[in-house]
Structure formats: C-alpha cells, structure tokens
Design a protein around this ligand. Structure first.
Ligand code: ADP
Length: 589
C-alpha cells in the first residue's frame, strides 16, 4: 500500500499494484499523492521518497521536456493527452497517458521499448528493400490480379513503358504476356496462394513497342486479401541470344562430326570419361564414368593412358595414331588430346578427338607390304642383270669390240641407278618394319667422310667437294649406314645445286658430340617444307618436275640412321640461298 495516509482517495489501489504500468497520481499542486509498485520501480526510489514531493522539484530536468508542457496542457484544458517519450537515463521508451481528475492528474507510464525496437527494425528493413528497388539492378513491380501499380525504373526500361503509363494503369501484365505463356503465370499465382512465394520461371513480355523480351521472374505475396505480390524481373535477352548461338554452333559441330565419324570427349584428372559425343560403337551410358582400361585391351590402355597423363602433367597437346581393341575389334584411332582448363587456368582433365583411321592404316600397310615385296623381288634380277652387263662389257673390251662396250657402260650406269632406287625402297620398308640391320663397330669419322667424298667426287664432275676441319674422333656406330648418310646428303647437295660448282663439308667436334655439316649453294628449301623433308616419300617438287628426280626416301632413311646412333640430323636453309644439313653424333651412346 503506497498511498499517502493523509491524502487517502477512493481508488482500487490493490489493482493498480498488479499492473505492469507505472501509475502516478499528483494533486493540483503537482505533489505525488499515489505511486504504484511499478512506478516506484521505474523511478528507482522507495515510494516514501516520492509521496508528498512536488514532481517538478523532484525532477527539475523534466521541466524542459514535453512531459511538462503536456501535463500542463492536460490540466489546463482538462483533457486526456498521450505522448511517447524517451528516458535517456533508463534507456527506455515510454508511452505516457495523462488523465485529469478531481484530485489533479493521473499519469500512466508504459514501457514501449520493445515495440519501438520492432518498429525501427521494420523501418530499417523497409529502407533496405527500398534501396534495392531503387538501385534498379533488377526490375521490381508490385501488382495485383489486374495491374502493375508500382514499378521501378529497371522494370519500366525492360518493358519500354513510362511512369505516366504506370500512373494511368496502362501496364497490364496479362495483356503483356503472350497467351500461350499465361498458364505459367496462373501456376505461379496458384503457388503464391498456397506457399506465399513462387519458383522463378522464364517467360516473356510484349514490350510497349511490340517486341518480345525474354525474362526471368520470381515473386512473393505482399497482401493476402485482396491478393498483391511483389515480383523480381530479370531481362535475359542476352543470355537467350547466347544460348541460341551456342545451340547453333553445337548443331554445326554435330553435323560436321557426324559426317567425319570423329568422336569428341572429355575426361577428368583420373581419366574417367565425363562427356562423350558422336560415339561409334558404344552408347554414351557405356562410357561415362569409365576409363580406357575398362574399354580396351590392357596393354593398349596402359599406352593410351600414359599419353593422356603426359598431357595432364605438361599441359601440352598431343597427337598420335594408336591401336585399340574394344567391342568393335582391332581399330586404329588418330587421337588428338588437349589439356582441359578451368576458369583459373588449372588443368582439370583432358579433352580430345578420336578419328577412326583403320581403313587408311590398313591401306598404308598394304602399300608398305607391296613396296617391301616389290623391292625384294626386283633386287635379285637387277643385281644379276648388272653382273652380266659388267661381265659382257669386260669380255667385249678384251676382244677389242669397242662400240657395244660404251653402250653397255651406259646400261650399267642406269642399272646402278635402278639398284640405288630399289635399295632405298628396301631400306625404307625395313625401317618401317623396324628390321634395318645395324652392326656396331668403332668408326673413324674423318676417314669415313674422306673416303665417301673421294668416291663421290669421281662421279660428280660438275662440283668440287671441299672438306675442311676434323672431328678427330672414333665413335661407336654402323660404318655402312653412316657412309650411306654422308653419301645421301652429299648427293642431294650436288643434285639440288645445279647452278653451283662446289659443296662444303665441314668436320668439327664439341665435348659431347661430333658435327658433320654439308653445305650447298643451290635451290634451298622454303621453311614450310623444312619440317616435312625427313618424312617418308616427302618431296618438295612433285613427279612432274623433270629437273629433280627421286623417291623422297633419302632423307627419311638418313634421319632414321642418325637417330639410331643417338644423334640428330637438322637442316638450315632458305629458298634460293642453299642448304646446310648438320649431322651431330654423340661421342658416347
Ligand atoms: P629425293 O629422292 O626427292 O631427293 P630426299 O628424301 O633425299 O628425296 O629429299 C626430300 C626432299 O627434300 C627432296 O625432294 C628435295 O625437295 C628436298 N631436299 C633434300 N636435300 C636438299 C638440298 N640439299 N637442297 C634443296 N632441297 C633438298
């Protein structure tokens, strides 16, 4: 009981004490005549310290505040007033309600801090939403079943309407939607009603200018009754154009690949197939998730896997024809493998094409077999022919019959040329089959070069062959084969420099290798041809060119022989400027 004894007044004070609201009563001279329990708590003073005291003397700081003016206003006008006030000391918001009464004034104070906090949070989140809408990153509209009645500039831009159109309610989403797409909207509205939001979906709007613009739309309910919702709209024209371009380019690729029977695929870092296109023998499901080991013979898989691992490790592309025995039997594939990068440039797998070249390989093999058989079969009769020609020439010479002798000599020279051609063919097919005989002995290179030059000089009256320098080395190798290399290169140097009259042969050596260079001053080789001249049957001049005859095998054989010695055969040349071929052979293998 906090009632002042002498100013006892007829109120149900017990009831006031149970209120969670501060109740104060002041008399006409502003003295507290009653405070309830909560009021004393708010003031943080025992009631005795309040009762009988003048409110404005006790709280002089309040004189300046709205409380003072409102209290006086209520009393003077004899009307109830209410206002909200913040007590900084208590960090609390109160709603204050003042009721004039016979004794003076009843003051009710209610803590409304929680409500204030909620209001503030709401205001902040509304401000954030507003900022998002006004940022115009995305179209935002508020609409009901008929009209769009609020929209940001981004939306107006997407659909080409103005703010005036919006104000005049001329933006009607139903009219803007192509009729065949309306069912999508109806589903969305159904979803809105049931779940409060709808799953974003793609549709299109007719712009004010009649053009159709593809959009992505998502939204949520704002008001349930009548139904109102907010929608987020994204213009996806660019994306659609890209998708279309992508589809077209995929379609072109599909058509191109179909005709060419090329399979395209991707594999991850573990070399499991993750994507495959234009399969020949399998279905896609057979392949995805598998590795080569699951699909082809073990030994072949090991080989192919090693190639692909190398691409993964080095990041360099690679191409090779490989053998693969799978469900379609033994086939040959021309594999072209590239590293597959992610956005950060890391290698995340390989991508490749595989072209079935079985038929070409088989044809090539038949051709090789034919060359091998033909050169074998030709070699014996030609050798016999040459033997008899030489024998005949000698006998006639001894008998002093001169005229046929010179004819037989011409015949012998042509037969020797035939022997050389057949030998080239034989050697090339032996190399191809990996059956070229190789007999290693110590070879005195300087002596061998001088010997070869001497022999060739005799049959090359148009050119002088100059030898300079010395290697001063003896290397392990096959003397006949190395002799063949020098013969070949010097013969070429003479053959391809018809206007010149010399060939320079230079011998030298470094710590690791001996070098033999053969330099001519002839037609030279254009750089586009240089990387091919060591290929089998490659010729810069076709068979119609009468000046330079040959099979295109000499350099192929020479290159292979030098490689077999662990060395290198390289060329430096420019068209019309002559060529320089250099053989480098390691001192030790
Ligand atoms: P070929 O029997 O045609 O001479 P090679 O294998 O010896 O065959 O040479 C291949 C091709 O390289 C030749 O057709 C020729 O075009 C070119 N070539 C070789 N040596 C020379 C050279 N010294 N100068 C210019 N071109 C050359």
């Amino acid at each position: 009981m906090l009632q002042s004894e002498k100013n006892s007044i007829p109120y149900p004070f017990m009831l006031f004490d149970s209120l969670n609201e501060g109740v104060y009563i002041v008399d006409t001279a502003w003295h507290f005549i009653y405070v309830n329990k909560r009021a004393a708590e708010i003031q943080d003073k025992p009631p005795e310290e309040l009762l009988g005291k003048n409110i404005w003397e006790l709280y002089p700081e309040a004189v300046e505040t709205v409380s003072y003016s409102q209290a006086h206003h209520a009393v003077e006008k004899n009307i109830p007033v209410s206002y909200e006030i913040y007590y900084p000391l208590l960090e609390t918001w109160f709603e204050s309600r003042l009721y004039p009464c016979a004794e003076g004034l009843i003051i009710l104070l209610q803590d409304i801090s929680e409500r204030k906090r909620q209001e503030e949070t709401l205001q902040q989140s509304q401000a954030r939403a507003r900022r998002l809408i006004d940022a115009n990153i995305i179209g935002v509209v508020i609409s009901d079943m008929d009209h769009i009645f609020e929209a940001n500039d981004a939306f107006l831009e997407i659909v080409g309407y103005t703010r005036e159109d919006l104000a005049a309610k001329r933006i009607n989403w139903i009219a803007m939607t192509p009729p065949e797409l309306l069912p999508l909207d109806m589903n969305a509205i159904q979803e809105l009603k049931e779940q409060g939001t709808f799953t974003p979906f793609e549709k299109a709007y007719y712009r004010k200018d009649g053009r159709l613009v593809p959009i992505l739309i998502g939204g949520a309910v704002l008001e349930k009754d009548p139904l109102q919702w907010v929608c987020f709209i994204l213009d996806i024209s660019e994306q659609k154009t890209l998708e279309q371009a992508l589809r077209e380019s995929e379609e072109r690729m599909r058509i191109a690949l179909k005709g060419a029977s090329i399979t395209v695929y991707q594999q991850d870092r573990e070399l499991r197939y993750t994507w495959i296109y234009n399969m020949q023998a399998h279905t896609v499901e057979d392949i995805i998730g598998k590795t080569d080991a699951d699909l082809i013979e073990a030994e072949e898989a090991v080989y192919v896997t090693a190639i692909k691992r190398r691409v993964l490790e080095t990041g360099q592309s690679y191409q090779e024809v490989v053998k693969a025995t799978g469900i379609a039997g033994l086939r040959y594939f021309d594999l072209s493998i590239e590293p597959l990068h992610n956005g950060n440039g890391e290698v995340i797998g390989v991508t490749g094409t595989s072209r079935d070249v079985t038929e070409q390989v088989e044809l090539e093999k038949r051709k090789d077999d034919f060359i091998s058989i033909a050169s074998h079969e030709l070699r014996t009769p030609i050798t016999v022919l040459r033997g008899y020609t030489q024998l005949l020439a000698r006998q006639l010479d001894q008998q002093g019959i001169q005229e046929p002798v010179s004819m037989l000599k011409t015949m012998d020279a042509q037969i020797s040329r035939l022997v050389r051609l057949v030998d080239e063919l034989l050697d090339a097919s032996k190399i191809q089959a990996g059956r070229l005989d190789y007999e290693e002995v110590p070879v005195d290179l300087d002596a061998l070069v001088h010997e070869t030059v001497e022999m060739l000089q005799a049959s090359s009256p148009t050119h002088t062959l100059y030898v300079s320098g010395a290697t001063l080395t003896v290397i392990p190798g096959d003397k006949d084969l190395l002799g063949q290399v020098f013969t070949n290169l010097i013969t070429n140097a003479v053959k391809y420099s018809p206007q010149a009259n010399s060939v320079d042969i230079t011998l030298s050596s470094t710590k690791e290798a001996t070098l033999v260079s053969i330099r001519d001053y002839g037609v030279g080789i254009a750089s586009a041809h240089q990387k091919h001249i060591f290929d089998r049957f490659y010729r810069v001049y076709d068979s119609n060119n009468k000046s330079f005859k040959g099979l295109g095998l000499g350099l192929y054989i020479a290159h292979d022989i030098v490689k077999r010695h662990g060395g290198n055969l390289t060329v430096e040349s420019a068209e019309g400027k002559g060529s320089s071929f250099t053989i480098s052979l390691p001192l030790e293998k």
